[in-house]
Design a binder for this molecule. Structure first.
Ligand SMILES: [Zn+2]
Length: 304
């Protein structure tokens, strides 16, 4: 997927996470960088963007920093601040989607990794076995129950989901199925998606979701690429598939509308601003663009 998201660029050093002395040394190293959040938004400085030094990391931080890994000799940490110190008065707070516009693949990977870890810490405050408070351990990559009779260790959870393009050929014209939910912005469309259920393979899930949401029977389900999706904790597995059917029936009521579009209709809709594509750094956009570019020979017009 053109390295849009590849954690291979970060050396996660999982074997060092239980070495608390080493992690502590990284935390105080001048070269280390901290990605800081407040109320789920990124703290953005004036000069170095989203990165803060160890000396800038506030004493009264909210959560224990999570060690993300190393890149180019720098250790990267992330933390959610419990309050915003006055030293940060002139800094901006930026949502993750907005922050990803214009940043490179390494930075997107770091920001998505950071948010995914913090989302898990926030949701795993209490032990799901006994209800006691949990504490961060292993440099933030595990949480342990504070009840000595339980002491269970919980590890970060992700929810696998499928996201997929459905295409067909109608009277000689290639078309793609795009859909929208009622709560989305006006004119915004995307491909279909849904969570994988227990007992399903991802391919089963694509076929089931396609049928439940649109009544279509699909074939040639093919894996394309994946993307971590920390909104709050999904791993999106991207597929393409085809169908020989054209009639759409919104069986489960999850969608407000689903319809077939040609590449020309998408291009014209975007030009007239009567059509809005998904977030450009998303696998949804990638899947639509992959189909569009194959037909037109060039990428979708950039709108964000
Ligand atoms: Zn417990």
């Amino acid at each position: 997927m053109k390295s849009l998201f590849s954690s291979a660029m970060i050396d996660r050093r999982g074997w060092q996470r239980s070495d608390s002395q080493r992690i502590e040394a990284y935390k105080h190293c001048d070269r280390s960088r901290f990605i800081l959040w407040f109320e789920g938004k990124l703290l953005q400085g004036v000069s170095r963007g989203f990165y803060f030094t160890a000396s800038e990391y506030p004493d009264a931080a909210g959560s224990e920093p999570v060690y993300l890994g190393h890149h180019d000799g720098c250790a990267y940490f992330t933390a959610e601040l419990g309050q915003l110190p006055s030293a940060f008065d002139n800094h901006r707070l930026t949502g993750l989607r907005a922050a990803c516009i214009g940043v490179d693949a390494l930075e997107r990977t770091l920001l998505f990794h950071a948010r995914g870890m913090l989302n898990w810490h926030q949701r795993q405050a209490f032990c799901s076995f006994c209800g006691h408070l949990m504490q961060s351990t292993h440099a933030g990559h595990a949480r342990q129950c504070s009840n000595p009779d339980c002491a269970r260790i919980h590890y970060p959870k992700i929810d696998p989901a499928v996201i997929f393009s459905v295409t067909s050929e109608q009277q000689g014209t290639p078309k793609i199925l795009l859909a929208r939910k009622k709560e989305w912005d006006d004119h915004r469309y995307s491909v279909l998606a849904g969570f994988i259920e227990p007992g399903e393979t991802p391919e089963d899930s694509v076929a089931r979701e396609a049928y439940e949401e649109t009544g279509l029977t699909v074939r040639e389900v093919e894996y394309i690429a994946a993307q971590p999706w920390p909104f709050p904790d999904a791993l999106m597995l991207g597929f393409s598939c085809r169908t020989d059917e054209n009639d759409i029936t919104l069986l489960d009521g999850e969608l407000e509308r689903a319809a077939w579009f040609s590449a020309d209709e998408i291009e014209q809709g975007l030009a007239r601003e009567r059509f809005q594509m998904p977030f450009e750094q998303s696998i949804a956009w990638y899947l639509i663009n992959r189909w569009f570019a194959e037909i037109k020979g060039y990428d979708l017009p950039r709108t964000s």
